[in-house]
Design a binder for this molecule. Sequence first.
Ligand SMILES: Nc1nc2c(c(=O)[nH]1)N[C@H]1C(S)=C(S)[C@@H](COP(=O)(O)O)O[C@H]1N2
Ligand SMILES: [Mo]
Length: 426
Amino acid sequence: MTSTSIIDSALQRSRRSFLKSGLAGGAALMAGSAAARAAGDPLITEIQDWNRYPGDGVDAAPYGQPSQFEAEVVRRDVPWLTADPISSINFTPLHELDGIITPNGLCFERHHGGKAVIAPADHRIIINGMVDTPLVFTMEDLKRFPRENRIYFLECAANSGMEWRGAQLNGCQFTHGMVHCVMYTGVPLRYLLAEAGVKPGGSWLLAEGADASAMTRSIPMDKALDDCLVAFKMNGEALRPEQGYPVRLVVPGWEGNMWVKWLRRLEVGDAPWAQREETSKYTDLMPDGKARRHTFLMDVKSVITSPSPQAPVTHGKGPLVITGLAWSGGGRISRVDVTIDGGRNWRTARIDGPSLPKALHRFYLEIDWDGSEMFLQSRAIDEDGYVQPTKDALRAVRGVNSIYHNNGIQTWQVRTDGMVENVEIS
Ligand SMILES: Nc1nc2c(c(=O)[nH]1)N[C@H]1C(S)=C(S)[C@@H](COP(=O)(O)O)O[C@H]1N2
Ligand SMILES: [Mo]
């Protein structure tokens, strides 16, 4: 048998078993090249240095770092996007990650006045305004309230904002990397509000940061009492300074801007405040010249993270794993469809890992790539039945004056040589 026919028959076998068991026989698919290697690959037949000499001891890295071979897996920024790195963004390397949890050191950063450095002993949170008793909490006070652990995505409303008028940035890190998903440990905001006692008519909350931008946003009281957390841990350890150490607000499913970092003040009021970040910024300019305000919810969205421009197909035709992320501020993702031919035919992808409300979902579609050009797209549907729109459908309603809330379907062109590009098809 030639190696191609070995692969072909392996593919047929595995397709049959895939249908029967619902599992891909991943190992069998690669039988051809894997069998060739068994005939004499020096990396398996010869002892290597790392197999011969002992390595570093347990005292070498009191706080562990990723492997030296993962040095490319970093946040990146786009210098021309903003005038200054102090009020700017960097992006999560989504194309390198798997599962649903973003490692702490790779969560994108968005600061309006740089990263504040605050000693926890010097940090205070005040609750004032329409409350029975204004209160000032220390971090120690905060940790005496009952706490909860929840996994949520945070997406900046400006994620994909550079793509409104057409395909621009070449990589899902840049087009979709203003999202991360971690497990927060924190105190439900309603416990703190109950301690202070919200006065009748207290229907809005102002959250203010202790950083140089004093980030301030109005939040409806219903949301504050529902699922918001005052969080001090992410993925089990203290918040990273970039993410608001020692404490940030978690506003599940709503735009990242409201998740005030370095949280220092909560004021109860009876109307929204019309701060800068809810008037001149984070509003959506419609084609008729009017701006939509208070567009808090992050709508259903997805993206294929691999293959993608920074993660081309390097192994040629045959078995190919297509994977990506889907999320909705409205709740769980119920289905993700994937097309390889630009939307003519759709297949249901396999969601794997936890399916949690307002959290990232990981999906996979395993295909047998014939080596021809592909136009990859993913389309997510959430539990309320909302379907991720095409970019054209989005523009038909919103025009092209918007920056924020672009949840349109992304297209990647995979060329025959495996290189991938950000494109749009109509
Ligand atoms: N205090 C403060 N909170 C802030 C910001 C800020 O600049 N200062 N940026 C906001 C914006 S616009 C976003 S998208 C998120 C980003 O959170 P991250 O840096 O943890 O990714 O934080 C929000 N909270
Ligand atoms: Mo943001």
